[in-house]
Each structure stands twice: as C-alpha cells, then as structure tokens.
Design a protein around this ligand. Structure first.
Ligand code: DNO
Length: 361
C-alpha cells in the first residue's frame, strides 16, 4: 500500500508540500492540475513542471486525480472524438513524467455533491460535509451549484468548475434523452478510445464512484454499487480499466458492503487506487462525514484495511474528506489536521494487520 495525499497545487491549497511530507508514512500525492478545464490537453511542460515541483519537495507523484471527462463525451456528441484525442494526449504526457494511475469519474454534470459543506457535529463542535436528500427536494441543480460555491471558503472544488456549470441548464436538458444504457454505451466508446493509449504507456485509469451512491436530479449514473462497477470493468476488459474505490462514496449507501466490494474487485486486479474514509448514517439518504476512526462512523475501517491487505496490497490509498477541526480554515473536506490524523490511524491499522499476518506465516 502506498499512502498518498490530495494536493491542489501552489497557491490553490491551504496546505504546503512540506506539511504533507512531514506526515508519517507519506509516500506522495494524488495530484491535480486544478486550473485545467475538462477537455483541455495537459501539456507535457505543465505536467513536468508540476511533477518536478512535487519531487523537489521529497514526494512522489504517481497518481493524478480529476482529469475530468468532457461532458460531450458523456453525452455522446459528435465533438467527443476531439476530446477523446485530447484525453489520450494528456495520458501520454502524464505517463512521460512518471504518472501510473489516473483517477477520473463518469458522473453526468456534477461530481460529488453535498447539501451542507460545514455541518457542525454536535458531539465535538467540529464540522464536516453533510447530505440530506430531503433538503434536495427544495433545491434546483442551480441552487446546489450556488450554495456549494458560496461555502467553499474561496477555494475551487474538484468537479465544480464554474465554466462547465454555467451551461448547466442546457446540459440538463440534453440529459433528458440519455438513459443508463445510453450512458454506458457512451462510456464504452470513451474507454475504447483511450484504453489502448493507456496500455501503450503503462497507465491505469481508475473510475471514482458516484457520490452520493445513487442517482440525483433524475440524471443517469453508473458507478454506485458492485453491479454497476461489474459492468464498467467489462466495458473494456483490460488491466488498465480499473476503479478508484472510494469507501465513503460507495458507503453513503448502507446496502453496499464495502469490504466485500474491495475483495471482489481486488481479487480481479481491478482496483487502481482507493480513497479511504468513514461516513455516519443519519437516516434514509442522510449522512455526514466522520473522522476516519471506525467507532466515529458506520464503516468498519479495520475490515476495509484488511480487505485491501489481502486482495490489493500494492494499491495507492489516501485519506479523504477530513472534518474541519482545531479552527482550521481551508477547502471543505481538504484541511490538513483531520486527514493527517486519518493517515496515522490507517497506517496503524495496516501495521497491526501486517504484523499479525506475518506472525501466522
Ligand atoms: C471528492 C473527490 C472526487 C474525485 C473525482 C475524480 O472529494 O474524491 O472529486 O476526485 O470524482 O474525478
């Protein structure tokens, strides 16, 4: 397992590379060129400058997250071929600078979504991301976009690029004629267009789940349970077509047995990366994010780490969506303190699982 951390780039993150480097057991980043819009080529020079900078801070950069897929690809518009060619070019450029895994998603329009980005946790006065489907009933997609932008403390949020969301209403209209089978067909077309390039350059694509793990605003969604992911990995049967198993995204639906899903795809060799975090259920389609500790939420983090250890021990993982604690101000979900605590806890679980396994050998 390689422990990594998400970082948005100089001037785009409240956290420094030096701080990340000082977290015990940290190998490197899940990095991003945050300024790039979906569909744009990430040039070799840009990728090199970013990765060189990360290396100079003593960290690796083998995973890149959020190379966003242009909406025209998801909608299957004629312009998709151009954007697929651009995507291939980005894959090549990232491979040249040593990137091995690219995390992306295929969610229509919206990436992850919450109804409150700073809900106070009554027990300890910290705050965390929160979702209540009942609140969604009174909100239009445009309201959600506005609320999210207003609550992000001036930071960009992954998947919430203002330019793309400006076209929201038009795009929502087009999606009315796209159902799940059609979206799957468009997804297959995308994968058939990029996977040969990935195989050539030794890059693995890892699809992030729908978050929350069910369809919203009547939009088709594909990646929110084992069955959906089974279809995705079969679209193109290649070791380069993998998933980024985010325990908290899939875990927002209590019907998803996370350790079992890890074992299923881990044994298939189809987990390219993982986001490991906990979630607390508050009712039907209502949850908030918890600290990483098992007893603070509803996921069994020991069982999760054990499933990783036993079925995909060499994967990349990162903590995710920390609470805001100790008066930290930063990008919601992406402060330093709670995620660093999460790393230390997950590393502790790993050490215990590893030592126990070795005693039995
Ligand atoms: C949320 C993140 C996602 C993820 C993208 C990948 O916090 O995990 O935004 O990076 O879905 O494309």
């Amino acid at each position: 397992m390689k422990m990594t951390f998400r970082w948005y780039g100089e001037g785009r993150d409240s956290i420094s590379l030096k701080q990340i480097r000082q977290i015990p057991g940290m190998s490197g980043l899940m990095g991003v060129l945050d300024e790039k819009a979906a569909g744009e080529i990430w040039t070799y020079e840009e990728c090199k400058a970013y990765v060189d900078h990360v290396h100079a801070a003593g960290l690796e950069c083998e995973v890149i997250e959020s190379v966003n897929v242009h909406e025209d690809i998801k909608m299957g518009l004629p312009t998709r071929d151009l954007y697929i060619a651009n995507y291939c070019e980005t894959v090549r450029n990232l491979a040249k600078v040593g990137v091995k895994v690219i995390i992306y998603n295929f969610m229509p329009i919206l990436d992850w979504l919450r109804t409150d980005l700073a809900r106070e946790i009554p027990e300890d006065g910290s705050n965390s991301l929160y979702y209540d489907e009942a609140d969604m009933a009174n909100l239009s997609p445009m309201d959600i976009v506005r609320n999210t932008a207003n609550q992000c403390n001036g930071f960009s949020l992954p998947g919430w690029e203002p330019k793309r969301l400006a076209e929201l209403e038009k795009t929502l209209e087009i999606y009315k004629s796209i159902d799940v089978p059609k979206l799957l067909e468009n997804y297959k077309y995308f994968l058939e267009g990029i996977i040969p390039t990935c195989e050539e350059c030794g890059v693995v694509m890892a699809c992030h789940p729908d978050d929350p793990a069910w369809p919203i605003f009547g939009l088709p969604r594909l990646a929110h349970d084992q069955e959906g992911y089974d279809k995705i990995v079969k679209l193109v049967d290649s070791p380069s077509n993998t998933i980024c198993l985010c325990t908290g995204s899939l875990g927002s639906n209590p019907d998803n047995d996370i350790p079992a899903i890890i074992r299923h795809f881990g044994q298939m060799g189809r987990i390219g990366a993982m986001h490991v975090r906990n979630v607390k259920y508050l009712g039907y389609r209502k949850f908030r994010e918890a600290s990483h500790l098992s007893s603070d939420g509803d996921l069994d983090m020991y069982a999760i780490m054990k499933a990783i250890y036993e079925t995909c021990p060499n994967t990349y993982i990162r903590p995710d969506h920390g609470r805001m604690i100790w008066d930290e101000v930063g990008r919601p979900g992406y402060g330093l303190y709670d995620r660093a605590l999460g790393v230390t806890y997950l590393n502790g679980l790993w050490e215990a699982i590893d030592k126990e396994a070795k005693t039995k050998e």
